[in-house]
Design a binder for this molecule. Structure first.
Ligand SMILES: [Zn+2]
Ligand SMILES: [Zn+2]
Length: 410
């Protein structure tokens, strides 16, 4: 069950997990420009006019003529009370809002754990909500699961209120690159920032972040970075093939296909299963410009990763998955938004059509496609969402584009 956060009565207890989407954009934050705001306004005006004429037609005779007087239609004289009553007949559902913040998803568990997936710019609002919710509580722990090191998954970290409160302990889990990306310029684990990077990305670093930070690295068979850096992180090691338990929640990381090592997570609590899989590419064809790799090898690695996603997602209750492009955009036949056509092979993201096929095959109950391209306008997203709704109209599975501020109760 998913509802907009404004409609959800969050006072009722959590059965297993409550999932919040804070950032669903990929590759960078974006905000609606004037043309998009106008599209949005036109849609709202159209819907209100439609309701208005439906209401008037209820008072029309068979020839279409309206008999009653204005006060009869309004239900009395024109005053505040009658206008308010009349206005309620024209309430329209809240239009879809996809949001502009980059990737951040939060899970509250029934046994009181707070878990965050990735720290894109959406993490700033997420952290505000956590601080409000924790209030004057003394025991304050946050568990962050990182997918990978790219900036759209880490850029919100130094703006997050949770990092600036000495009462907070922040446990951060991920592969070496994710932990290293945060430590390199913030020094939160090693308590050190190299002279060559200090102040370059941000004026903030560990010296003004009084929260306690603890790193946990999911060990992988693949090379994870220079050995000399690994020691500095002071990370505890976790078995990549094992399951991490936080109270009653079971978390299983698994590698996906992206230009840098990237993890997806299967998260289970009670009988419910949520799969978080951002930044994964089901690869199509070779890139003629790629002189470094054998295309067939990359295709094989991508297909193996896709197979892992399929296995982990079987019968999932909720899947969040990267679907940044349409296949024609991925192939470089058309551009995204106003951008020119360019091949997206090996950019590390999947096609919406592939996600749809996979979600049906895996019988995922509800799939949210995210990592929206920052060049994708609101009206394009809305159009895509309508297409997905039509594709699911006679099926048990539901697929839609992920919207920021969505809250899902499992
Ligand atoms: Zn990304
Ligand atoms: Zn990425």
């Amino acid at each position: 069950m998913a509802r907009g956060v404004k409609d959800l009565d969050v006072s009722h207890s959590i059965r297993n997990m409550r999932i919040h989407f804070y950032g669903t954009r990929g590759s960078g934050s974006t905000f609606p420009n004037r043309a998009e705001r106008n599209d949005f306004k036109k849609l709202m005006e159209h819907q209100i006019l439609e309701k208005c004429f439906e209401e008037l037609s209820r008072h029309a005779d068979s020839t279409g003529k309206i008999g009653p007087t204005i006060s009869e239609i309004l239900g009395g004289e024109i005053n505040q009370k009658n206008l308010s009553t009349f206005r309620r007949r024209f309430e329209i559902p809240e239009p879809r809002m996809y949001g502009g913040w980059s990737t951040c998803v939060r899970i509250e568990t029934a046994d009181g754990y707070d878990i965050v997936l990735d720290c894109g710019s959406g993490f700033r609002n997420c952290a505000q909500d956590l601080q409000t919710q924790w209030g004057s509580r003394e025991e304050r722990h946050l568990h962050i699961l990182g997918s990978h090191s790219h900036s759209d998954h880490t850029e919100g970290f130094d703006q997050a209120a949770v990092c600036f409160d000495p009462r907070n302990t922040i446990h951060i889990y991920g592969n070496f690159q994710f932990l290293f990306a945060l430590d390199q310029y913030l020094g939160i684990f090693s308590r050190h920032v190299g002279e060559e990077v200090v102040g370059i990305h941000t004026p903030i670093n560990y010296s003004v972040m009084p929260a306690r930070f603890q790193a946990y690295e999911f060990l992988s068979q693949e090379p994870q970075g220079p050995a000399s850096n690994r020691k500095e992180l002071c990370a505890q090691s976790l078995d990549m093939n094992g399951t991490l338990r936080l109270g009653e929640t079971r978390i299983t990381p698994f590698p996906v296909f992206h230009p840098v090592p990237c993890l997806a997570y299967r998260i289970e609590h009670g009988e419910k299963k949520f799969v978080y899989c951002t930044d994964h590419e089901l690869r199509h064809g070779s890139d003629a410009n790629d002189a470094l790799h054998e295309p067939d090898e990359l295709d094989r690695l991508s297909r193996e990763a896709e197979q892992r996603v399929i296995e982990q997602s079987q019968d999932a209750d909720v899947l969040y998955r990267d679907g940044q492009y349409l296949r024609s955009e991925y192939d470089g036949l058309i551009g995204v938004g106003q951008g020119g056509p360019v091949s997206r092979v090996d950019w590390g993201h999947s096609c919406i059509e592939d996600v749809q096929e996979m979600a049906f095959k895996c019988r995922v109950k509800h799939t949210y496609i995210g990592h929206h391209d920052p060049n994708r306008s609101w009206s394009d997203l809305n159009w895509l969402d309508d297409s997905l709704a039509r594709a699911c109209s006679d099926r048990a599975e539901k697929i839609e584009l992920a919207q920021a501020e969505t809250v899902i109760d499992l």
